[in-house]
Design a protein around this ligand. Structure first.
Ligand SMILES: [Zn+2]
Length: 152
């Protein structure tokens, strides 16, 4: 195979991959929820820190960290910025166990307690549920960016 043919072949394979993952997003709600939640978890501290996550808690590191996922038992080369850390269980001493997002987030049951039936748009639905469960001031305001306020 010539270099040109190899490049064309690679481009075709990439295109096929893109189409496959687009199809997966469209047809598999659990997959879409996982991607949406990953996005939200990376962006919003209150979603990581203030929702009643069940068996594991999302941990966001400033840099990628390599842990061994307790489900796929693969130490990903380069690691991830976000991991799911098993909540302490007093009867067992294996608390340092992690799951990658793909293994932890398999569907709505991975959502926090009381958030399992959230529908899209996810951002709005999460906020609405948080307010419903914890009251109108339960979502921390985003810090305003820009000019510091002048003392009046
Ligand atoms: Zn995994």
């Amino acid at each position: 195979m010539s270099k040109y043919e190899a490049n064309v072949d690679m481009a075709r394979r990439r295109q096929a991959q893109r189409e496959a993952s687009a199809l997966l997003r469209q047809t598999n709600p659990a997959h879409r929820l996982r991607l949406r939640m990953q996005d939200m978890l990376l962006k919003h501290a209150w979603i990581r820190e203030e929702l009643p996550w069940k068996t594991h808690t999302p941990i966001l590191y400033p840099e990628k960290v390599e842990h061994e996922c307790s489900s796929c038992v693969v130490t990903r080369h380069g690691g991830f910025k976000m991991w799911w850390k098993r909540n302490p269980r007093p009867d067992q001493d294996d608390n340092e166990l992690y799951k990658c997002h793909k293994c932890y987030f398999t569907g709505p049951e991975a959502m926090p307690e009381g958030y399992e039936d959230i529908k899209e748009p996810i951002t709005r639905a999460l906020k609405a549920r948080k307010i419903e469960l914890d009251g109108p001031n339960s979502i921390p305001q985003k810090k305003k960016q820009g000019r510091p306020r002048r003392p009046s």
